[in-house]
Design a protein around this ligand. Structure first.
Ligand SMILES: Nc1ncnc2c1ncn2[C@@H]1O[C@H](COP(=O)(O)OP(=O)(O)O)[C@@H](O)[C@H]1O
Ligand SMILES: [Mg+2]
Length: 243
């Protein structure tokens, strides 16, 4: 289907009525351990496999660790290293962020550094699929809520200008959908997907909901999902008719 970027994730494209509309910037929100990092990684992996250069920016952990953990979680996806080697899939740390603790003390951290780092790497990798994982650190770096919103807007505008299709992950302290109303900056994005985690240990229940997806007749059904060594499986109940 033209104009749609398939996530390649089992069941999710059906929920999305084909995929993420091309050049949309979406937020993947959820609590810790819900699967934000792994789901967004799989999105890039599936797209890299299709020949679309993909880059993940990690701001909380070392890039190598994130890649190693993804390979551990997705032990059935044997060609991750091949895609990394041929340059179509990459996980990048950001010097602007890792140096920020230093500059923060002088209150001189500028969000602009972050954006220019991202731009340079996207251009260098010729990437059309982008993940930023996560926005939580940025929130700490840009403490003033209004400034943070302005920075997020600048980021969305920039990603739009670059013409990439992207997923930004966001940590939600409350897993309530209603708590989204306290995060108006998320609504600057073209789409919002929420991941919910409920229950304890063995009986954990994971489900996802598409809150909004601009230009898409998506499912509104909260749908369970599973993370397996072969990737995510979203148990989409209804196949939305595709043209
Ligand atoms: N290396 C791994 N091996 C097996 N399962 C993993 C591994 N890493 C993460 N997981 C599982 O995947 C879930 C989601 O992890 P992750 O995507 O890192 O969550 P988030 O980014 O939302 O905090 C974790 O709660 C855990 O159950
Ligand atoms: Mg994570």
């Amino acid at each position: 289907m033209a104009g749609v970027v398939k996530t390649g994730i089992l069941g999710l494209d059906a929920m999305l009525n084909g995929g993420i509309p091309e050049k949309n910037q979406i937020v993947l929100a959820g609590g810790p351990g819900a699967g934000k990092t792994l789901l967004s990684f799989e999105f890039l992996y599936r797209n890299a496999k299709q020949g679309n250069n993909s880059v993940m920016f990690v701001v909380e952990e070392e890039a190598e660790k994130v890649l190693e953990n993804a390979k551990g979680a997705f032990s059935g996806l044997k060609d991750i290293d091949d895609l990394v080697k041929n340059g179509s899939l990459s996980v990048e740390g950001l010097s602007a962020v890792s140096n920020a603790s230093e500059s923060m003390r002088q209150s001189s951290y500028e969000f602009g550094n972050f954006i220019s780092d991202i731009e340079a790497i996207i251009a260098d990798k010729k990437a059309t699929r982008v993940v930023i994982d996560s926005t939580a650190v940025l929130e700490i770096l840009v403490k003033d809520p209004l400034m943070f919103r302005k920075s997020m807007l600048a980021l969305v505008v920039d990603l739009r200008r670059l013409g990439v299709t992207s997923i930004l992950t966001a940590e939600m302290s409350s897993l309530e959908k209603q708590s989204l109303s306290f995060r108006p900056e998320f609504f600057l994005f073209d789409g919002i997907i929420m991941l919910y985690l409920s229950g304890e240990e063995e009986k954990r229940m994971q489900s996802m909901e598409i809150i909004k997806m601009r230009g898409s007749k998506h499912s509104f059904v909260t749908t369970p999902y599973d993370i397996s060594p072969a990737g995510f499986k979203v148990f989409a109940a209804e196949e939305i008719t595709q043209e």
